[in-house]
Design a protein around this ligand. Structure first.
Ligand code: FPP
Length: 224
């Protein structure tokens, strides 16, 4: 979800106004996903690297997150959304961590749309954490290194039990993954849109799905 800062700057507004408008775009995107029958949606809301931003902006972003968790989860639950949070949850304030647990508990019975929010998330550190868990299990004698396969490794990632993304969409004209779901993105189709995240809406979502539908996915196999 890229381009909140540029959206605000273009209007002479503080960056937080861009993040607020970005939160509205999150709402529209979840509605669009529900309408299209998409079952899995992951939102990259805060990267491990975002902690390097000025303290004021971090306070604004965590404030928005707190607000969102307090005010939106009931409605999400009523719409059949199941919420999950991936990332270094412990870096957030205790009340936000508690809100993650509450939101996950409240929505655990839902299956219409699975929304995963990546917060303090970085793909490389996720892979290192998974490797550490594998090494610990091997040392403890509960895992035979020779028996470890891709599926077994994937079970050690934050995303254990969830499918790999079919489509990754990035807004604002940047054409990078920026440490997002590096392992899971192995065969994802990539769509880059020039629109800034706060302007993203149902029409862009539909266009991205149509673009995806035109791609031929071979997963490394020869065309038939
Ligand atoms: C990237 O734009 C966006 C972020 C770092 C924050 C994303 C947060 C939201 C969309 C709002 C809150 C989300 C939830 C789930 C409640 P940028 O600031 O890097 O923009 P720039 O590249 O134009 O500076």
């Amino acid at each position: 979800m890229d381009g909140n800062g540029r959206w605000a700057a273009a209007r002479g507004l503080p960056r937080v106004a861009g993040h607020r408008a970005g939160a509205q775009a999150v709402r529209r995107t979840i509605e669009a996903a529900l309408q299209h029958g998409v079952q899995w949606l992951t939102l990259y809301a805060f990267s491990s690297e975002n902690w390097r931003r000025p303290e004021g902006e971090i306070t604004d972003l965590t404030g928005l997150l707190r607000h969102y968790l307090r005010n939106e989860v009931t409605e999400l639950a009523a719409n059949g959304v199941r919420l999950r949070v991936i990332g270094e949850r412990r870096r957030f304030a205790a009340d936000i961590q508690a809100a993650f647990v509450d939101a996950e508990r409240l929505t655990a019975g839902n299956a219409r749309l699975n929304v995963t929010v990546a917060l303090s998330y970085g793909g490389r550190s996720e892979i290192v954490a998974a490797a550490r868990r594998v090494a610990e299990a091997a040392l403890a004698g509960t895992l035979d290194p020779a028996a470890l396969d891709e599926a077994g490794f994937a079970e050690k990632l934050f995303t254990a039990g969830t499918p790999d993304p079919d489509l990754i969409l990035r807004t604002s004209g940047e054409r990078r993954l920026s440490n997002f779901l590096l392992w899971q993105a192995a065969y994802a189709e990539l769509v880059f849109l020039d629109v800034l995240w706060p302007d993203f809406g149902a029409q862009h979502f539909a266009e991205a799905l149509a673009d995806y539908a035109r791609r031929e996915r071979r997963f490394g196999a020869r065309p038939v």
